[in-house]
Design a protein around this ligand. Structure first.
Ligand code: ATP
Ligand code: MG
Length: 596
């Protein structure tokens, strides 16, 4: 490929729309063009990267015994209604693009393919003798993300590899899950990115196990918690730990604490010489379920702890056996809409009376009361008095009418002690989720009536697994992990080209001839080579080569007359002046060594 024919337009300045480095570099290097929010064109340079990643993924999926297929992107609403996901994916904050056809039938653009594949499996697989089966596809997915951002990291149209497996029993699922785990490690290793597998949330009805593969990077959207012994790593959404000990209050007679203008836990601590862990915090939350039910909740948690929304949603889904559309803190504006009086925000205790909800327009008129374990373990604490500017001190649960139901609802944090070994402390890192493997169980097969005849001759829903990789996100994550101050340093396995031959001065016949000769030679050896044959200044060409991050560069410049060229390695900027023969020999050795 010749740069003169590449439509390459690079940018000197950092585009204002791009916040993180990898996004900036992909725009500046002409790899992507933004068409509208969260929608990008993959230009030829990036397409080569995506193709290389795809090839690695295909090879590893094929050797894991997974069959490639291609499923439709237009999904009939009925399948999603059967699985119970149509409403939650299309209403409220739902992320499925949806439309109606000329006959008025509802359709969605595929954000993921459990429904489609489960229907097909249900139609075609009848007996345990046909199992296990694993299928995968690589295609564009559509998600109307609430906050598309960071370029390919969170876009609304992106490329995913998704795979689904069908099993007659749990053990067989675990075998395939483990095979996939190994294949994923191999894929990321071969792509030249460093990843950490972490325990992940598998939702309330989701199956038994799930792990995400995280590219560690400062800009990552996910917070991950790890132990230094390498035995524990989890997404914060899922992570568990031992909360730090609370320092108990002295035992004293319960009394009222006047707390005017003390709006936060910090204010309360400062003004009354308290520790956060001596305070019982009550979070007023509203949960909206997918059938429209609106439930006010009083969540008690220790003052030094944070509520984990994912854990909360899982608890609610399980308790009510239905999906949660969203949870949010109750605001004074919402009270107005419900036709309710103002509540003493900031001074609420876990025993706030239900009668306060009487007359609410849409809300249930009884609170759901739950507590995080850290709150339940408190024996002597400060809590709101349900009266403006007042708290109560030296309280206990008995005085409050008993303990509400308890769950693990708190965020684990860096510095917390590990459960597997309390002598270890959790540390935190940020990560970009590039893959997710998931033991789904029977959720979809049950809902869609997809079953097979087991060994005893009985009908049983399939046990399923699903396995995703964000191909386009992975390409950008590789840049986030591999760049320097002047541009991208692509890992060679996924670089758009392995070598760039730069002819410093195209008007000099000896440079032009030698450059062309080396370009032809490298191509004949099966090396992915780019030739910079533009009539530009050498400096411009070097800058572009650095920016687009081709791992090896051959500079054919002034020394071409004496048959010498410069061989430069992008990642460490080391360069050597060699005879062109030697340079070719060394380059081939290096590239073939890296390919194996
Ligand atoms: P996230 O938590 O980042 O939204 P997810 O849990 O919704 O991801 P999955 O449904 O498991 O993701 O999708 C499989 C993979 O697809 C993810 O691991 C990720 O790499 C990729 N992916 C998901 N959403 C996007 C997106 N909006 N843009 C690009 N890649 C995405
Ligand atoms: Mg998502």
């Amino acid at each position: 490929m010749r740069v003169s024919r590449l439509m390459l337009v690079t940018l000197r300045d950092v585009p204002a729309e791009a916040e993180i480095t990898s996004h900036q570099l992909l725009l500046r290097g002409g790899f992507i063009r933004r068409i509208t929010a969260g929608v990008y064109a993959y230009m030829p340079l990036l397409w080569r990267v995506l193709s290389k990643i795809t090839k690695i993924v295909q090879q590893e999926m094929d050797s894991a015994g997974c069959l490639q297929t291609l499923l439709p992107q237009l999904h009939p609403a009925e399948l999603w209604e059967k699985s119970g996901r149509w409403t939650s994916y299309t209403a409220g904050e739902g992320i499925m693009f949806h439309l109606e056809d000329r006959q008025g039938r509802k359709l969605g653009l595929g954000p993921t393919h459990e429904e489609i594949i489960t229907k097909i499996a249900g139609d075609l697989l009848n007996s345990y003798k046909q199992l296990p089966v694993s299928l995968y596809q690589i295609q564009t997915k559509f998600r109307d993300e609430i906050r598309p951002r960071f370029g390919l990291m969170r876009s609304r149209e992106f490329i995913m590899k998704d795979a689904y497996s069908f099993h007659a029993n749990e053990e067989d699922l675990r075998n395939t899950y483990n095979t996939m785990h190994k294949a994923y490690k191999q894929i990321f290793l071969r792509c030249g990115v460093q990843t950490v597998p972490v325990d992940a949330d598998s939702g309330a009805i989701g199956g038994s196990g799930s792990q995400e593969f995280m590219v560690t990077a400062e800009s990552g959207e996910d917070l991950i918690l790890l132990s230094l012994d390498g035995l524990y790593s989890a997404n914060q959404e899922k992570a568990v730990s031992k909360a730090p000990e609370a320092l108990a209050l002295a035992n004293n007679k319960p009394s009222i604490l006047e707390t005017p203008n003390q709006k936060s836990i910090e204010d309360l601590c400062k003004s009354n010489n308290l520790l956060k862990s001596q305070i019982l915090k009550v979070i007023l939350t509203l949960a909206v379920f997918e059938d429209g039910e609106q439930q006010p909740i009083l969540i008690s948690i220790r003052g030094d702890q944070e509520l984990n929304n994912v854990k909360l949603i899982n608890v609610l889904t399980k308790k009510r056996s239905k999906g949660v559309l969203g949870v949010s803190q109750i605001t004074p504006e919402q009270l107005k809409v419900q036709g309710l009086e103002v509540w003493p925000f900031g001074s609420i205790g876990p025993d706030l009376t239900d009668s306060i909800l009487n007359g609410a327009k849409q809300w249930n008129n009884k609170f759901l009361r739950i507590a995080d374990k850290t709150a339940a373990e408190l024996t002597n604490f400060v809590c709101g008095a349900n009266t403006k500017d007042q708290h109560r001190i030296f309280m206990n649960w008995e005085l409050l009418g008993g303990l509400p139901e308890q769950f693990d609802l708190r965020n684990a944090k860096a510095g917390d002690l590990c459960l597997h070994d309390p002598s270890q402390k959790l540390i935190e890192k940020r990560g970009i989720e590039v893959g997710h493997i998931f033991q789904l169980g029977r959720k979809y097969s049950q809902a869609l009536g997809a079953s097979f005849t087991n060994e005893e001759g009985k009908q049983e829903p399939f046990i399923m697994g699903c396995y995703g990789i964000g191909i386009s996100r992975l390409a950008q994550a590789a840049v986030e992990q591999n760049h320097d101050e002047i541009g991208i340093c692509w890992p060679i396995a996924i670089a758009p080209f392995e070598v760039i031959v730069v002819i410093a001065n195209i008007k000099d016949p000896s440079q032009k001839d030698l450059g062309e000769k080396l370009y032809q030679f490298l191509q004949s050896k099966g090396i992915d080579t780019l030739l910079d044959d533009r009539a530009e200044r050498a400096g411009v060409k070097f800058k572009d080569a650095d920016l687009i991050g081709i791992p090896w560069r051959i500079v054919v410049g002034r020394d071409a007359a004496s048959g010498k060229v410069e061989l430069v390695k992008r990642s460490n900027k080391q360069s050597k002046l060699l005879s062109s023969d030697k340079a070719m020999q060394k380059l081939l050795e290096e590239i073939f060594a890296e390919r194996t």
